[in-house]
Design a protein around this ligand. Structure first.
Ligand code: PLP
Length: 221
């Protein structure tokens, strides 16, 4: 795997308004360093402790994105450094992130995860719940979190029409939420297999792992 070449190749195809998150989960530090040396500064991980350990070992100008499902009791391990949490799917979780951010005297940026896939094994809230959350008094009282957008994952399928439908649904939710909150700017959708389609459907942030670092050895996540 030539990580630099893969990165250059992907970046050369991206419109200016699309941010690339290099998903380095399960990959060794040496691979992350290669991407870093090729200029990559945004890395995505899906396990909090793995991300915290990589944070300790890597240069400090990296922006770390938590892209996986977040357990409330682990927020404390990333609160001092995480740059963006993609998978916020409940008010309870948001409250815990706010509490931990306060302890470190910072504001943590979050995306609300919206469930767009038909599959049952994907996390997320409905767009209606997301709207209600943004409008709620309790949310307005949380001073140490900022919701800067939404994130979604399409069904794992070869059916491009279905993926396109799901991405379009998320784009519509994004546009709707934007009208009630100016902080909403990021639409995180698209992975190695579907990022081109995601960009066509309005994505502003893609999360790409295997097309940069090569296939992962299969683990549960
Ligand atoms: C692993 C992962 C990705 C990247 O997947 P690839 O297919 O390797 O690009 C993107 N988003 C989330 C939420 C992931 O867990």
């Amino acid at each position: 795997m030539d990580i630099k070449q893969n990165l250059d190749n992907i970046k050369s195809q991206l419109p200016k308004h699309v941010t690339l998150v290099a998903v380095s989960k399960t990959k060794p530090i040496s691979d992350l360093k290669e991407a870093y040396n090729a200029g990559q500064r945004i890395f995505g991980e899906n396990k909090i402790q793995e991300m915290a350990s990589k944070f300790e070992q890597m240069p400090k100008d990296i922006k770390w994105h938590m892209i996986g499902h977040v357990q409330r009791n682990k927020v404390k391990y990333m609160a001092k450094f995480v740059n963006l949490i993609h998978g916020v799917d409940s008010f309870k979780l948001l409250k815990e992130i706010n509490k931990q951010a306060e302890k470190h005297n910072r504001t943590i940026n979050c995306l609300l995860q919206i469930k767009i896939a038909e599959e049952d094994n994907k996390f997320g809230m409905s767009s209606k719940d997301a709207l209600a959350l943004l409008r709620s008094e309790e949310f307005l009282n949380l001073k140490s979190v900022s919701i800067t957008g939404v994130m979604g994952m399409a069904t794992f399928t070869d059916d491009n029409d279905q993926i396109k439908q799901e991405f379009t649904r998320l784009k519509i939710a994004f546009e709707e939420l934007k009208t009630i909150d100016d902080s909403i700017k990021n639409l995180s959708m698209g992975m190695s297999s579907d990022y081109k389609l995601a960009i066509d459907c309005g994505s502003t942030m893609i999360r790409v792992g295997s097309s940069i670092f090569g296939a992962r050895i299969h683990t549960k996540q």
